[in-house]
Design a binder for this molecule. Structure first.
Ligand SMILES: *Cc1c(COP(=O)(O)O)cnc(C)c1O
Length: 403
């Protein structure tokens, strides 16, 4: 898909700021990963939080994906989009009783637990419903994933998962509880991972734990390796899906388990774009600012993680000089790019922000009472709206009745 060529038509048709997703590109990425694991039974459980639009999820469903969800809202989205319940997982460090109850009611594949306390809560809820809860335990292998500290999750200092000894205790308890059933084991050491070695080390630790558990007659069916495969935003080296699968499989000698992989970013990041228009330019001393109609409420990653997104002026040629690309939100942290080489820009010129398909719209907010952007899908030569631009009325709907 040639976004540079399509951008003017899309901006004209749907307005800006606008998220655009390449569904064919999503298919390609999904199949790459699925094929990499073809030596084993596997479920590619797409991490819904990366991009949770219902049409994106329906596309995943068509491809045969499962879903990794971190709230009951995401579970409901996945079900609504047609992802089969036996391919849906519910993860996350803090689940409310009502979320646990609804997950058990929906009869999804399993719940990933992240603490002993959570296990006891689930036991109580399951007991009160007369149901058996299928569980997996998220193990924290204490591995440095070598990624940004905000998206690193596999070290003891992070809030995620339980250590090996706690995990053993938890599995023994689950095994002996009449309303709990141990079915899986899970690890996820971070996001935007660019090195294979930490993942392999984590898999070795977790596979060994599986063998220890087998010795006490705890047989797990699912080996859940989390997500986190990195993508190219600028010049990162990334993990090859085939090498990734090989590394995981090599740690699983003698284990007859279904692999679950939970990619989010890998599938959608490079298949999404944020289209914005230039409002105007201004100079502040020697500093050049290009003010656009998109902002941190549309794409938070630059403000939150100092993340880099390539920004392209698609229609205008001319000698580029560096500019900070900033939005209208009243925060100094409101920028989509710093020192971006751009030609002189005119009012209404289009800028394409690349690699915005993951953690873009799904992190968007109404800060500054800005309606969230519209979303468009492209498949083949056709484009279609998959989420309408949020109106002022949408934004105040839950408040106006109390006025
Ligand atoms: C966020 C998350 C993922 C997806 O991470 P990506 O970096 O987008 O692949 C997978 N599993 C769990 C448990 C997560 O929290």
């Amino acid at each position: 898909m040639n976004i540079s060529a399509l951008a003017p038509t899309l901006a004209q048709t749907y307005g800006t700021p606008l998220y655009v997703y390449d569904f064919d590109g999503i298919t390609t990425r999904f199949n790459q990963l699925k094929n990499a694991f073809r030596a084993r039974k596997s479920i590619i459980a797409y991490a819904v939080k990366a991009n949770s639009n219902l049409s994106t999820l329906a596309h995943m469903a068509k491809l045969g994906a499962g879903a990794d969800c971190v709230s009951i809202g995401e579970v409901k989205r996945a079900l609504l989009a047609g992802i089969p319940k036996y391919q849906i997982i519910f993860s996350g460090v803090g689940k409310q009783d009502e979320e646990i109850r609804q997950a058990l009611e929906a009869d999804i594949l399993f719940i990933n637990i992240e603490s002993e306390a959570e296990m006891y809560r689930i036991e109580q809820v399951a007991q009160s419903m007369g149901k058996v809860a299928r569980l997996s335990v998220r193990v924290n292998p204490n591995i440095d994933a070598k990624t940004h500290p905000y998206i690193s999750t596999g070290l003891q200092e992070n809030k995620f998962g339980v250590d090996i000894e706690t995990a053993k205790r938890i599995y023994l308890y689950i095994k002996n509880s009449p309303v709990l059933e141990p079915v899986g084991i899970h690890f996820h050491i971070g996001s935007q991972l660019t090195q294979l070695e930490p993942i392999r080390e984590a898999a070795v630790i977790v596979a060994n734990l599986v063998r220890t558990l087998q010795a006490v007659k705890i047989e797990l069916k699912f080996f859940d390796i989390g997500g986190g495969i990195g993508v190219v935003y600028s010049d990162e080296t990334t993990i090859d899906p085939v090498e990734y699968a090989q590394a995981i499989l090599s740690t699983m000698m003698g284990l007859d388990m279904t692999i679950i992989c939970e990619p989010g970013r890998y599938i959608v990041a490079n298949n999404g774009y944020l289209l914005t228009r230039v409002l105007y330019e201004k100079m502040s001393g020697a500093r050049r600012f290009v003010v656009i109609d998109g902002a941190m409420n549309d794409l938070l990653r630059p403000s939150l993680y100092k993340a880099y997104h390539r920004i392209e002026a698609v229609e205008r040629a001319g000698e580029p000089t560096n500019a900070d690309v900033v939005g209208p939100v009243c925060e100094s942290g409101d920028f989509l790019g710093k020192n971006v080489p751009l030609p002189p820009m005119q009012h209404n010129d289009i800028l394409v922000v690349h690699s915005a398909g993951a953690y873009g719209f799904s992190m968007a907010s109404n800060y500054n009472t800005r309606g969230r952007a519209a979303e468009v899908a492209i498949e083949g030569d056709a484009h279609r709206l998959i989420r309408a631009r949020e109106s002022f009325e949408d934004m105040i709907a839950n408040e106006s009745k109390y006025l």
